[in-house]
Design a protein around this ligand. Structure first.
Ligand code: 5RP
Length: 220
């Protein structure tokens, strides 16, 4: 089975978590795209969706799924999104697609975060995937120095601007044994908008697609 087929399997399983008549929080990336395409098949059973990026909003709209502004939404029972890495505690690195800030905001509103991944994303220790950090452009050099002092090697994502008009530094070479602490520390650097550690608010459910089928793990 290809990686894309595994991503699709996890994404389609997440449809089981969609609440009838409710608004669905929708993530960003190739796995989330499979979820959006699946959501289109049940669009008459949901009120609509909140998107975590402009690109996901366009895909949802292309399927005729009604889009809501997060500010107009009081309850979001479920947020479904992929991850770049996820550990046994369901802490994640996200932001490979650069949508980390909006993803973290939508996830914060949601009651349940359902993470959809192929098996390659499951790791023992987070950090092999470079940690994305969204920064205010004028703070880029200063934030890079601070990230280097934490032991990482920040690299500017060339030619990339986030939906919020900011830059991404991808931090290489980290071995993240305490993701909650590092998430808090990086958020404390002046000029950082968001970092791609989703540990304080990790996933509640992981749907991990393996060659033997989709395995469900819940945060304990
Ligand atoms: C985008 C993300 C994605 O969820 C993450 O990069 C995984 O992407 P994919 O599903 O394409 O492997 O965080 O900002």
């Amino acid at each position: 089975m290809t990686q894309d087929e595994l991503k699709q399997q996890a994404a389609l399983r997440a449809l089981d978590y969609v609440v009838e008549g409710a608004i669905v929080g929708v993530g960003t990336g190739s796995t989330a795209n499979f979820f959006i395409d699946g959501l289109a098949t049940i669009k008459d059973r949901i009120a609509g969706a909140v998107a975590s990026s402009e690109v996901s909003a366009r895909r949802l709209a292309g399927h005729g799924i009604r889009l809501f502004d997060l500010n107009d939404v009081e309850e979001l029972p479920v947020y479904v999104d992929g991850a770049d890495e996820i550990d046994a505690s369901l802490a994640m690195i996200k932001g490979g697609g650069g949508a980390l800030t909006r993803e973290k905001i939508v996830a914060a509103v949601a009651t349940k975060f359902v993470c959809i991944c192929d098996a390659s994303k499951k790791v023992d220790v987070l950090g092999r995937f470079p940690l994305p950090v969204e920064v205010i452009p004028m703070a880029r050099a200063q934030v890079a120095r601070e990230l280097a002092s934490l032991g990482g090697k920040p690299v500017l994502r060339e030619g990339f601007v986030t939906d919020n008009g900011n830059l991404i530094l991808d931090v290489h070479g980290l071995q993240i044994h305490d993701p909650v602490k590092l998430e808090v520390n990086i958020d404390g650097i002046v000029g950082v908008v968001t970092n791609g550690l989703f540990a304080k608010r990790g996933a509640d459910v992981l749907l991990l697609a393996t060659a033997d089928g989709v395995v469900m793990l819940e945060r304990t």
